[in-house]
Every structure is written in C-alpha cells, then in structure tokens.
Design a protein around this ligand. Sequence first.
Ligand code: 13P
Ligand code: SF4
Length: 306
Amino acid sequence: MESVESLKAEIRNLLKKRHAILLAHNYQRSEVQDVADFSGDSLELSIRASRTDAEVILFCGVHFMAETASILCPDKKVILPVAGAGCPMADMISAHELREKKKEMPGAVVISYVNTTAEVKAESDLCCTSANAVQVANAVDPSRPILMVPDRNLARYTIKHTERRISYWEGYCPIHENLHAEQVMRVKAAHPEALFLAHPECRPEVLELADEVRSTSGMIAYAGESSAREFIIGTETGLLYPLAGANPDKRFYPADPHMVCPDMKKTGLKEILEALETLRPEVKVPEGIRDKAKRAVDRMLGVGKG
Ligand code: 13P
Ligand code: SF4
C-alpha cells in the first residue's frame, strides 16, 4: 500500500505535468487540504477559479462548487474527483420550482446562494455566499422585494441585518440544521471562556447564541484576529483542521462532533490521483445555462467593488 506522503508527492508531480491547480474547500479531509494549492470558503474558491491561468482546475469540494468554476472558466477543464459529491441543500430547489415561485412574485429580485445548481443560478439575478449575503442584499434596489433561495437560515440571518424586504425558500443544510441550541449551551458550559463562532446556515436560535457569525474562512480570520484563546466552532468539523493550523496557540472545540458533511468527505488522495491521471470526471456547464448563470455570479463578484 502506498504511503500518504508518496501519494501526495505523486499528486503534486502530476498537477505540474497537467498544468493543473488543486482547489479545496475548508471542509475537505486534512490530507486533501495539505496537498491543495489553495483551501478556502466558497467565495474565495470562486475568485481563485476566476483568476487562475492553469489549464485544469481540480476541484475538491462538492458539485455546485465545480459548476461555479466551470461557469467562470469555460475554457478550462474542471474536474470533480468524485462525481457523486453533492450538496443536499442545493438539491432542495430545482430550476422548475424556482420558475414557478417567480411567477408568484413578479418584480422580485432573486438571490441564489452559491449552494445551488447552475440551472438555478441561471434563473437568478444575483448569487451570494455565506461571506457576502448581507452586502449582496444591500446592493439590491430598495424598492424591489427579494427572494432568497434555497437556505432559509441564511435568509433569516440576512433579514436581521438589512432593511430590504426578503422572502425565502424553505431549504436548509441538514448538517447545520442538526445543531441545536441545547447542544451549544452544553458545550458553552464545558468551556465558559470560549467564544462561539457560528456559520449562517445554523438555525436562528443557534445564531442568537453566537459571539460572531461568519463564513468558514471568516471564522479562520476572526479567530486569528481575536484576543480570545478558545473557540467553539458551529460548523462542519473539517474546519477545525485549518483553524488549528492557522492558530497553533489557540484551542478549538466542535459545537457538535457529529457535524460531518458526508459529501465533503468523499474525496481522498486516491480519488484525486485517479482524476489527475484520467482527467475525469469533468464538470461542464452547457453554454445556454452558463452565460445566464455567469451573469448572477459576476454581479455577486462585483458587489463591494463599487
Ligand atoms: P462557506 O462558503 O462558508 O465555506 O460554506 C460553504 C458550505 O457549504 C457551508 O456548508
Ligand atoms: Fe451542502 Fe451542508 Fe455539506 Fe455545505 S455542509 S456542502 S451546505 S450539505
């Protein structure tokens, strides 16, 4: 059996040969983050994908993330090592369902969370991520109502921080939805000095308990800047690895050790190596959908740039 280190070395060699860049989400397995050129949150990964001059983007994350890379870089080969790595929340709304909902809300501006299919993005006016949902909502003409899809928790969090009129779809992330306030209270009682950092995909009553609500990379940045030494982390447990790596002198406790996204864990070094050898499975968004979806992603990337 090949050792982890020799697999990593083979992957790095092949990445060079293929003129490929390996992008990994912050929830990926530690060995995958180790071998990546860049690890980050959804917004950072989209930005990296849009700026790379590599010929191949090997995306270690879930399907909608690879699709976003394909939307932004039609001339590049985008590879998702495990084709079946999906996001149950993204599957909670289809383009057909969104079209029907839009008929009920003529004049509404649709903001789709990046955790959606390319088809849903193509039906949307703007995209957002957990890092910029409030800024994106604030960039909308105040006279127009907003429909946010599919995450009700991100939408309710946004409603609390903007004056805009927002309706939302009743989708959710099963992993974040499973974190309950009682569980957070128990962990807080065990670590009374720790600050509680939560992801906006958590339930409203969990976010009420948070000292700070941030995207995954936002949590890494916050923990680095904070003078606190201990943190309870209310998101998928994969984030503990980059958090601890960036802050070796601080301590991090999962709000619930059961917060594991099975799809984010499907990709391992063997799958990456095979994907690099075969340059498959490829994710390619068809042109008629891509151009429409790109408008929504580009508008998001433009927010904050004035
Ligand atoms: P981030 O964009 O904050 O990394 O979140 C992505 C995600 O899938 C959260 O569950
Ligand atoms: Fe989707 Fe939740 Fe997994 Fe993120 S953690 S990829 S939102 S299922």
